[in-house]
Design a protein around this ligand. Sequence first.
Ligand code: NAD
Length: 261
Amino acid sequence: YSNRFAGKKVLVTGASQGIGEATALRFAEEGAQVALNGRKEDKLIAVREKLPKVSGGEHPIATGDISKEEDVRRLMRESIEAMGGLDVLVCNAGYQIASPSEDIKLEDFEGVMAVNVTGVMLPCREAIKYWLENGIQGAIIVNSSVHQIIPKPHYLGYSASKGAVGNIVRTLALEYASRGIRVNAVAPGAIVTPINMSWINDPVQYKNVSDHIPMKRPGEGREIADAVTFLAAEDSTYITGQTLYVDGGLTLYGDFEKNWS
Ligand code: NAD
């Protein structure tokens, strides 16, 4: 990899595993100092062990629940202090709960919205405030999902949250475009991470998922990191308010490939 993020300071939420871990690794491999957020310090320390060292400091551990205002204020302040700044915020943390929608529990719905929506709004707010006060032209990348546009039955909270994230990105992008702050999203399809263990370890389900994807395979965390780093880098300085679908063609209405007559 290049050294294109040398001297850059990045914070990744939900960096203890999966796409967040892969993203943190990629930024560090390209020279960035990366603050690692998650709720469990021991898991974050284990991730830090895998990252290339950064000259002149350590990758900070930013423990805290991203849906809680006090946690976000504290961990953002501590990360900025530890790194001496912030250039890129990656809002990656997210989760889902399955249930028929007629039985959905309010606490489950609100829990998903709290992490996937409030947990995006709060760090964005803190980063933007810091950038405006310091005249920094930062970049935000939010991890959305193909379920920003594809309905996901049995996952009503998740679908609602990712739809909301799409409009958070577009609204913040418009509000801060003239100040040079860019806000974009990546929208992964089916990616091999711990969130998807239910089908990854079952050969029949794994084949079902793969058959359903035009490229006939799930994606890897590093393929999402490719897109996140692109949207953070000098390669994308004129791109804002966009959602980049990284999904092996999942959003292309795959049935038309078989039934085109
Ligand atoms: P994952 O479950 O492996 O990782 C999620 C991370 O978020 C974990 O590190 C977890 O600890 C963290 N997290 C959850 N709640 C948190 C909270 N309250 N505060 C701080 N951290 C918290 O999942 P993943 O597959 O790596 O997913 C990462 C993001 O990508 C999510 O936003 C998810 O919706 C999105 N996504 C994933 C897929 C996929 O197929 N894996 C597809 C589309 C979108």
